[in-house]
Ligand binder design. Structure first.
Ligand code: GLA
Length: 386
């Protein structure tokens, strides 16, 4: 769909559900992480980009304190009082927008009132492309304007994270919402998750005739399942045993000491985070000095580290990465929280169809579900569309 068709779909969905015309439409993009995985909640570095897949929220304020949310991806209309939003209000997608309405008030929104919202989206769900952050950032932008809150983009990003942590129950970091709020065309967002300083880094893919491919394995991942929280706990244990506030404080030079202090599994979790932070910094340097063709090895090292040390990859992701690189990708890696979802492959344009066909064929041979493969480009962050 084109942007204007998405906006029209959000408006007509709103009208069909609520019987009147919405005040406006706000949208926010999904994201893909180029490198820096499981580093955000360790106060480290990440390098995501907002992608050209968005969630559109058609919204109107109400004069009472009722909140109604509906979407094109579910037939249910959730209705709740603003003051009654809690962590058991909704156990499906509605937890994200309701959670944001709650979180904005926790962060100091003064003029909160009820609202009606209808969501339409072309961000694939469960693919590790942050469909949830796209919902959160679209409604955060809408309510920020309609409630006259005047929060900056950083606070709106933290509202999304707070919603996810406290209402949805996923102990995620700040990367996804930051990418969705700060995205820029052709740029990655280099975020220091300790200081929350966000710098734009030129990707230069088009100039180099490169495409960024998403290989959605269709192995559904859910961040509320145990694996993500377990990895986070291991990182916190590692930091405590190494007597630092967060793993961000450690570098490769500390790994010899880590070997003497940590058990074997915790050591590998810590080693992933420490080396991944260093890979993000190197990737930023290489993008700025040489260009995107130079970052392939770092992507590969990142994948191996997630497969072997952090143990969050699955066979489908490993296969996607191997096949993509064997057929000409410059680099590839799983992206996002892990345990399923998508891999990315940075590929010369003239290799894209070969890679796509080869991955599909190999998945078929191995009896895996058919992967969904498509190119994305770096896009603008959250905004008002209508
Ligand atoms: C998910 C979380 C992020 C981040 C990544 C892993 O996307 O929402 O905060 O931790 O996993 O890098």
């Amino acid at each position: 769909m084109t942007t204007s068709a998405n906006i029209a779909a959000a408006i007509s969905g709103f009208e069909a559900t609520f019987g009147y015309r919405p005040t406006g439409v706000w949208s926010a993009p999904g994201r893909v992480n180029l490198i820096g995985e499981h580093t955000d909640y360790n106060q480290g570095y990440v390098l995501p980009l907002a992608i050209n897949r968005r969630t559109y929220a058609a919204v109107s304020l109400r004069s009472d304190s009722t909140v109604r949310v509906a979407s094109s991806f579910s037939s249910q209309v959730h209705e709740v009082q603003l003051s009654e939003i809690a962590n058991d209000t909704a156990n499906d997608w509605a937890g994200y927008p309701l959670g944001v309405a709650w979180a904005l008030q926790q962060l100091g929104a003064q003029n909160a009132s009820g609202f009606d919202a209808f969501f339409d989206s072309d961000v694939p769900v469960g693919a590790g492309l942050s469909s949830s952050a796209a919902i959160e950032c679209s409604i955060a932008s809408a309510l920020n304007e309609l409630w006259n809150s005047n929060f900056d983009r950083q606070i709106l990003a933290s509202a999304g994270q707070l919603a996810e942590n406290s209402i949805v129950g996923a102990p995620t970091g700040i990367m996804d919402q930051s990418a969705s709020m700060f995205g820029k065309a052709d740029k990655a967002i280099f975020l220091d998750c300790k200081t929350l300083e966000a710098q734009k880094v030129e990707l230069g893919f088009e100039k180099e005739n490169l495409e960024l491919l998403i290989i959605d394995t269709r192995v559904a991942h859910r961040l509320v399942d145990g694996g993500y929280a377990e990895r986070r706990a291991a990182c916190e244990l590692g930091a405590a045993l190494m007597q630092v506030g967060s793993l961000r404080e450690l570098s490769s030079a500390d790994l010899a000491r880590a070997e003497t202090v940590l058990d074997e599994v915790t050591l590998r979790r810590v080693r992933h985070v420490v080396t991944e932070n260093e890979r993000v910094l190197k990737t930023v340097d290489l993008l700025r000095s040489i260009g995107p063709r130079a970052i392939g090895d770092l992507m590969m090292q990142s994948h191996s580290s997630m497969r072997d040390d952090f143990e969050i990859s699955v066979d489908e992701l490993d296969t996607a990465v191997d096949v993509a690189v064997r057929h000409g990708a410059i680099g590839a890696r799983m992206t996002g929280g892990g345990f399923g979802g998508a891999a990315i492959a940075l590929a010369p344009i003239d290799k894209v169809s070969e890679i796509t066909l080869a991955v599909i064929a190999e998945f078929e041979l191995l009896g895996y579900a058919k992967p969904n493969i498509f190119a994305v480009s770096a896009a603008e962050g959250a905004r008002r569309d209508a």
